[in-house]
Design a protein around this ligand. Structure first.
Ligand code: IMP
Ligand code: MG
Length: 179
């Protein structure tokens, strides 16, 4: 059985402070422009909701749902289960992710969104695990860089659980006695 390991590595207070700063930075970078904030579900839901409210601009919202293939992603295959509900051609798009790990998901999404010819496309991720990168990807806004540990909470899951934790914690995954 898996269990939460030790204390949170990012607690609620640190989280809210960092998101306020990111929100301010993004609002100033996009001032006077028409921003479309695109959340990658399910993982980004918590970060997205807080970030959107920290950006003091009249932005628009949309979402993509991708398969979570953490275990099978050696193939590098990312599937869009549910696509955007609007045309992004000519729009300033900011993609909001929970974590950039190998980089495969973000680089796939970047390619597929760029094909729709937005005016600009930037990436914002709550967490970054630079040690695990397999493909080079430019990330424009990073909440926190973290070590190479499996983490859950604040949208991130293990087998679709723990997404509702209000902080980020390391998960100790020992498959012993599991299933
Ligand atoms: P990628 O390897 O950069 O393509 O990341 C793919 C996805 O794997 C992320 O969007 C997360 O949903 C998931 N993921 C990567 N690392 C973790 C982790 O430490 N905890 C939970 N999910 C993770
Ligand atoms: Mg994700």
């Amino acid at each position: 059985m898996e269990r939460i390991f030790g204390k949170p590595i990012i607690d609620q207070e640190e989280m809210q402070k960092r998101i306020r700063d990111l929100g301010r930075q993004i609002a100033s970078d996009y001032e006077g422009r028409d921003l479309l904030l695109v959340g990658v579900l399910k993982g980004a839901f918590a970060f997205y909701a807080d970030l959107a409210r920290a950006i003091q601009l009249p932005l628009r919202v949309d979402f993509l749902v991708v398969t979570s293939e953490y275990k099978h992603k050696k193939s590098g295959k990312v599937e869009i289960i549910s696509d955007l509900s609007q045309n992004i051609t000519g729009q300033d798009v900011l993609l909001v992710e929970d974590i950039v790990d190998s980089g495969l998901t973000v680089s796939y999404l970047k390619k597929s969104l760029m094909a729709k010819r937005p005016r600009s496309l930037k990436i914002c991720t709550l967490l970054d695990k630079p040690e695990r990168r397999k493909v080079k990807v430019d990330v424009d806004y990073i909440g926190f860089s973290i070590p190479n540990k499996y983490v859950v909470g604040y949208g991130l899951d293990y087998k679709n659980k723990y997404r509702n934790l209000p902080y980020i914690a390391v998960l100790d995954v020992s498959e012993e006695g599991d299933e």
